[in-house]
Design a protein. Structure first.
Lengths: 324, 336
């Protein structure tokens, strides 16, 4: 059984008729698995995970058939029960480490808070554990950093602290929402390596939200490609990169600069992501898709399973057996 | 930190001279002089008038009077009241605790209620409570103190009879001044009912004096809180699984307090200005009432030095607030 099983998740902002930001998403994560969610800005990657964490506020509306995590439906949980899971078994690292830590409290305080909340550690024991955590995330001179304030740390250091906070209660699933986007290139690799080390060491599942396909290729076992709030393709890592089945995935891969060496322009799809007022009736990619047929604009395709994963297209690429 | 303190102390000198010059000039611009006021309605005999003025040193040219004044100040001499012959300093010390007690009560009222109302308004943004609090605080801020005071006296003291109209304590009680704070002294005196009576005298003036700071603090807390609640670190705190109360009051309020604290400090100055009106309305025997009476009597030394002492007090309070600000905000504390 998978650790996380999301069925038909939709998130809207405003009323029930508003255009969904996340639209009928199905997603599962196995125990100890590394899943990457890729897609451009606004495709609903972060919102999906915030909905799972219960961090979508009014006017956001979260609806789903189920948000099954570790045997519990997160959707049906109320306040206190949810807070027993969030921050403990299910935790999250955010994009911008410089704003994600509270400027008024020391690093030690902010880590010890998690230990007190979820593990009941207090005083010396909590401080000792916080120190171990800082050492685990490879912060130099960790003992002296316990009493440091976030503004005294660099971006990479702050992200390490945020990671220490997230893994403090040994979560079963860690969500990393573009954990390296705000950092220097040299630091990015270190942070990614740290996350993967922790993932292997604690056998925790990792959901990695990212724009960076190179990172996905190196780290993830499975990928979910999102476009305009929908999952358009889900597949295993080497296969999806070698033989994408969805035209959007193919376009994303073509847009990697290394694939366009010698060309004068990067390959890209014409047009932009549909917005609130021009959301197509049929396939969301149809207006931009080079392979679009009349059927694509008439009816929206469903996510169909195939031998290597799943995709949402009537005319998939690179598939031997026709699924439709 | 030391250089910070030195800089602030350096700023005191021009402020100090500005205040002396201003009060010295302003009180002399009001028509009439102390002798005329003392002589009352009767026509003043010019010769007696001149003699009295000479005795008081008020016949000298203005610049000489000012130099005398500064010279005395430099020796730590705040002069004597022309009316009572008491030294200004001892009169100030006698009356100041009353004002301090009133101001502290007003700040306590404004601070506690303002913080709570501001936080709730921010959490329930756009609700009836939010609009209500913001509307009332705008009204409170715009309300002239003297009128507001008279309205409350009419309602609570005259119609309902819940609170006394004026003074610090009923004349039936004879409370020996120990600390100067009536609430404490009445407890020390062990006279039955004295403390409750002192409290009943304090409530209405404290509310009147605290109304404007309350309005400012409530609005400031609301806007600071709204801003802070949008911050990423609040989301982080929620992602840790902390209770909503802890997220709001520990992670939110701690940061929202920083701008509120600044406003709080500025309100202390406004509070002393408000005390002048409030004490007059409620016949509260503090320095506000003392100054008003002294202006009426053209009691030059009292007005000049009383205002100077208040100015020093306001500067001192703001100085303390600046230090507190550093304590509340680690980003400032660590600047070298």
């Amino acid at each position: 059984m998978s650790l996380l099983d999301i069925k038909n998740l939709s998130v809207r902002f405003g009323d029930a008729n508003a255009v969904p930001v996340v639209d009928g998403l199905d997603l599962s994560v196995a125990k100890g698995e590394v899943l990457a969610i890729v897609g451009e800005s606004g495709s609903g990657k972060s919102v999906t995970m915030l909905a799972l964490m219960g961090l979508i506020d009014a006017p956001g509306i979260v609806s789903a058939d189920s948000l099954q995590f570790d045997g519990t439906d997160m959707l049906r949980l109320k306040g206190r029960q949810r807070r027993h899971i969030v921050g403990k078994d299910l935790s999250m690292v955010f994009q911008d480490p410089m704003t994600a830590l509270n400027p008024s409290f020391t690093v030690g305080f902010q880590i010890e808070e998690v230990l007190r909340q979820h593990l009941g550690l207090k005083g010396k024991a909590a401080r000792q554990r916080a120190l171990q955590l800082l050492e685990r995330v490879e912060i130099p001179a960790a003992a002296s950093r316990l009493d440091a304030y976030p503004h005294q740390l660099s971006g990479g250091m702050s992200q390490r602290v945020a990671i220490a906070m997230a893994i403090a209660a040994e979560p079963k699933l860690l969500i990393a929402d573009e954990p390296t986007t705000a950092l220097d290139v040299t630091i990015q690799a270190q942070i990614m390596e740290l996350l993967l080390d922790l993932q292997r060491e604690q056998d925790m599942a990792l959901v990695l939200i990212t724009h960076d396909l190179a990172v996905v290729a190196e780290t993830a076992q499975r990928v979910c490609v999102m476009y305009a709030g929908q999952a358009v393709e889900i597949g295993q890592v080497p296969q999806l990169f070698d033989a994408p089945t969805h035209p959007y995935t193919e376009a994303l891969l073509k847009a990697i600069p290394e694939h366009s060496l010698g060309a004068r322009r990067l390959a890209s799809l014409p047009g932009i992501v549909p917005g609130r007022y021009d959301r197509p009736h049929g396939c969301l990619l149809a207006p931009r898709c080079p392979y679009a047929q009349p059927r694509c604009s008439a009816q929206r395709p469903a996510l169909e399973a195939h031998e290597r994963g799943a995709m949402r297209c009537y005319f998939p690429l690179n598939l031997t057996a026709e699924v439709v | 930190m030391l250089s910070f303190i030195a800089r602030r102390l350096g700023l005191l000198i021009p402020t100090f001279f500005g205040v002396t010059l201003l009060t010295f000039a302003l009180i002399r611009m009001i028509p009439g002089d102390p002798v005329e006021v003392m002589m009352g309605e009767r026509r003043v005999d010019p010769q007696m008038h001149a003699q009295a003025m000479e005795r008081l040193g008020l016949n000298k040219p203005l610049y000489a009077q000012y130099l005398d004044y500064i010279g005395n100040l430099a020796q730590g001499d705040l002069g004597q009241s022309l009316r009572t012959r008491e030294s200004v300093w001892s009169e100030f010390l006698t009356l100041f605790p009353a004002t301090l007690e009133l101001s502290l009560a007003a700040l306590l009222f404004a601070g506690s209620l303002g913080l709570i109302a501001g936080v709730i308004a921010a959490l329930k943004r756009g609700s009836l409570f939010d609009h209500g609090v913001m509307g009332i605080s705008l009204a409170g801020y715009s309300m002239p103190i003297f009128w507001w005071g008279l309205l409350l006296i009419m309602f609570f003291s005259v119609w309902l009879g819940w609170t006394p109209v004026s003074g610090r304590i009923d004349l039936l009680y004879d409370i020996p001044p120990v600390t100067g704070f009536m609430l404490i002294d009445s407890l020390l005196s062990e006279e039955p009912g004295a403390f409750v009576d002192a409290l009943r005298h304090l409530i209405l003036p404290a509310i009147v004096l605290g109304t404007i700071p309350l309005a400012v603090i409530a609005r400031m807390t609301r806007s600071a809180m709204l801003e802070v609640l949008r911050e990423d670190y609040v989301r982080t705190a929620r992602a840790k699984g902390l209770s909503p109360a802890r997220v709001v009051f520990v992670h939110g309020l701690r940061n929202a307090l920083i701008p509120v604290l600044t406003v709080f400090g500025l309100q202390v100055g406004a509070l002393l200005a408000g005390a002048v009106l409030t004490e007059t309305i409620f016949s509260w025997p503090g320095i506000g009432k003392w100054l008003i009476e002294s202006i009426g009597a053209r009691d030059y030394p009292v007005v000049q030095n009383g205002i100077l002492l208040i100015a020093c007090l306001v500067i001192l309070v703001n100085f303390v607030v600046d230090i507190l600000y550093g304590l509340a905000n680690p980003r400032i504390r660590h600047q070298k």
